[in-house]
Design a protein around this ligand. Sequence first.
Ligand code: 5GP
Length: 129
Amino acid sequence: MSETIFSKIIAGEIPCHKVYEDDTTLAFLDINPVQPGHTLVIPKTAAASVWDLDPTVYSALMGTTQKVAQRLRSVLAVPFVGEKIVGVDVAHAHVHLIPFSTVADYDARPANDEPDHASLSAMANKLAF
Ligand code: 5GP
Protein backbone atom coordinates (compact mmCIF):
# COMPACT_ATOMS: atom_id res chain seq x y z
CA MET A 1 0.00 0.00 0.00
CA SER A 2 1.51 3.36 -0.93
CA GLU A 3 1.86 6.14 1.61
CA THR A 4 -0.85 8.82 1.62
CA ILE A 5 -1.48 12.01 3.54
CA PHE A 6 -3.87 10.03 5.77
CA SER A 7 -1.34 7.25 6.52
CA LYS A 8 1.04 10.05 7.57
CA ILE A 9 -1.66 11.47 9.88
CA ILE A 10 -2.17 8.00 11.43
CA ALA A 11 1.60 7.67 11.93
CA GLY A 12 1.70 11.10 13.60
CA GLU A 13 4.06 12.41 10.92
CA ILE A 14 1.72 15.27 10.10
CA PRO A 15 -0.82 16.87 12.46
CA CYS A 16 -4.60 16.76 12.32
CA HIS A 17 -7.46 18.35 14.25
CA LYS A 18 -8.60 15.16 16.00
CA VAL A 19 -12.22 14.56 17.00
CA TYR A 20 -12.17 10.88 18.03
CA GLU A 21 -9.81 7.89 18.06
CA ASP A 22 -10.00 4.24 19.03
CA ASP A 23 -7.87 1.17 18.26
CA THR A 24 -9.23 0.76 14.73
CA THR A 25 -10.38 4.19 13.54
CA LEU A 26 -9.56 7.89 13.64
CA ALA A 27 -11.80 10.93 13.04
CA PHE A 28 -10.43 14.40 12.30
CA LEU A 29 -11.60 17.62 10.69
CA ASP A 30 -11.38 18.03 6.92
CA ILE A 31 -8.79 20.69 6.22
CA ASN A 32 -11.07 22.27 3.56
CA PRO A 33 -14.55 21.91 5.04
CA VAL A 34 -17.82 22.11 3.12
CA GLN A 35 -19.45 23.19 6.40
CA PRO A 36 -18.03 23.84 9.89
CA GLY A 37 -17.43 20.51 11.62
CA HIS A 38 -16.91 18.56 8.35
CA THR A 39 -15.15 15.44 9.64
CA LEU A 40 -13.32 12.56 7.98
CA VAL A 41 -13.46 9.10 9.55
CA ILE A 42 -10.74 6.66 8.50
CA PRO A 43 -9.61 3.14 9.37
CA LYS A 44 -6.08 2.85 10.74
CA THR A 45 -5.35 -0.05 8.44
CA ALA A 46 -4.42 0.85 4.87
CA ALA A 47 -6.89 0.25 2.06
CA ALA A 48 -7.28 2.46 -0.99
CA SER A 49 -11.07 2.55 -0.74
CA VAL A 50 -13.80 1.86 1.80
CA TRP A 51 -14.99 -0.89 -0.57
CA ASP A 52 -11.67 -2.75 -0.16
CA LEU A 53 -11.89 -3.02 3.65
CA ASP A 54 -12.05 -6.25 5.56
CA PRO A 55 -15.71 -6.56 6.74
CA THR A 56 -14.70 -6.30 10.42
CA VAL A 57 -12.83 -3.05 9.80
CA TYR A 58 -15.71 -1.76 7.63
CA SER A 59 -18.11 -2.40 10.53
CA ALA A 60 -15.80 -0.61 12.97
CA LEU A 61 -15.54 2.33 10.55
CA MET A 62 -19.33 2.57 10.25
CA GLY A 63 -19.69 2.26 14.04
CA THR A 64 -17.37 5.22 14.45
CA THR A 65 -19.22 7.26 11.81
CA GLN A 66 -22.43 6.78 13.80
CA LYS A 67 -20.78 7.87 17.07
CA VAL A 68 -19.16 10.91 15.45
CA ALA A 69 -22.35 11.89 13.57
CA GLN A 70 -24.30 11.81 16.84
CA ARG A 71 -21.62 13.97 18.43
CA LEU A 72 -21.70 16.51 15.56
CA ARG A 73 -25.48 16.70 15.69
CA SER A 74 -25.62 17.34 19.41
CA VAL A 75 -22.63 19.68 19.85
CA LEU A 76 -23.34 21.75 16.73
CA ALA A 77 -27.13 21.61 17.19
CA VAL A 78 -27.74 20.86 13.50
CA PRO A 79 -30.76 18.88 12.29
CA PHE A 80 -28.78 16.74 9.83
CA VAL A 81 -25.40 15.10 9.31
CA GLY A 82 -24.74 13.84 5.79
CA GLU A 83 -22.43 10.91 5.06
CA LYS A 84 -20.46 10.80 1.81
CA ILE A 85 -17.93 8.39 0.38
CA VAL A 86 -15.99 9.99 -2.47
CA GLY A 87 -12.33 9.01 -2.43
CA VAL A 88 -11.10 10.64 -5.64
CA ASP A 89 -8.35 12.71 -3.98
CA VAL A 90 -6.85 10.53 -1.25
CA ALA A 91 -6.31 6.78 -1.77
CA HIS A 92 -6.89 5.82 1.85
CA ALA A 93 -10.41 4.72 2.78
CA HIS A 94 -12.42 7.55 4.35
CA VAL A 95 -15.97 8.69 5.04
CA HIS A 96 -17.03 12.35 5.04
CA LEU A 97 -19.50 13.53 7.71
CA ILE A 98 -21.00 16.92 6.91
CA PRO A 99 -23.23 18.70 9.44
CA PHE A 100 -25.91 20.77 7.67
CA SER A 101 -29.25 22.50 8.00
CA THR A 102 -30.33 22.99 4.36
CA VAL A 103 -29.74 21.08 1.13
CA ALA A 104 -27.92 24.14 -0.25
CA ASP A 105 -25.48 23.92 2.69
CA TYR A 106 -24.91 20.22 2.06
CA ASP A 107 -24.33 20.78 -1.66
CA ALA A 108 -22.02 23.78 -1.13
CA ARG A 109 -18.50 23.64 -2.55
CA PRO A 110 -15.58 23.89 -0.11
CA ALA A 111 -13.85 27.26 -0.03
CA ASN A 112 -10.46 25.92 -1.24
CA ASP A 113 -8.75 28.70 0.70
CA GLU A 114 -5.65 28.23 2.81
CA PRO A 115 -6.64 26.06 5.83
CA ASP A 116 -7.89 28.15 8.74
CA HIS A 117 -6.07 26.27 11.52
CA ALA A 118 -7.28 28.61 14.28
CA SER A 119 -10.94 27.88 13.43
CA LEU A 120 -10.25 24.16 12.88
CA SER A 121 -8.49 23.93 16.23
CA ALA A 122 -11.34 25.70 18.06
CA MET A 123 -13.85 23.39 16.35
CA ALA A 124 -11.84 20.26 17.24
CA ASN A 125 -11.67 21.37 20.87
CA LYS A 126 -15.45 21.69 20.88
CA LEU A 127 -16.09 18.34 19.22
CA ALA A 128 -13.38 16.05 20.61
CA PHE A 129 -14.61 13.14 22.70
P1 5GP B 1 -11.91 12.68 -1.48
O1 5GP B 1 -10.70 11.78 -1.62
O2 5GP B 1 -13.00 12.02 -0.69
O3 5GP B 1 -12.40 13.19 -2.80
O4 5GP B 1 -11.47 13.98 -0.67
C1 5GP B 1 -10.42 13.98 0.27
C2 5GP B 1 -10.69 15.01 1.35
O5 5GP B 1 -9.53 15.07 2.17
C3 5GP B 1 -10.96 16.44 0.85
O6 5GP B 1 -12.20 16.88 1.37
C4 5GP B 1 -9.78 17.25 1.39
O7 5GP B 1 -10.14 18.55 1.80
C5 5GP B 1 -9.30 16.39 2.55
N1 5GP B 1 -7.86 16.51 2.80
C6 5GP B 1 -6.87 16.48 1.87
N2 5GP B 1 -5.66 16.60 2.47
C7 5GP B 1 -5.90 16.73 3.79
C8 5GP B 1 -5.03 16.90 4.93
O8 5GP B 1 -3.82 16.97 4.83
N3 5GP B 1 -5.63 16.98 6.13
C9 5GP B 1 -6.99 16.91 6.27
N4 5GP B 1 -7.46 17.01 7.53
N5 5GP B 1 -7.83 16.75 5.24
C10 5GP B 1 -7.29 16.67 4.00
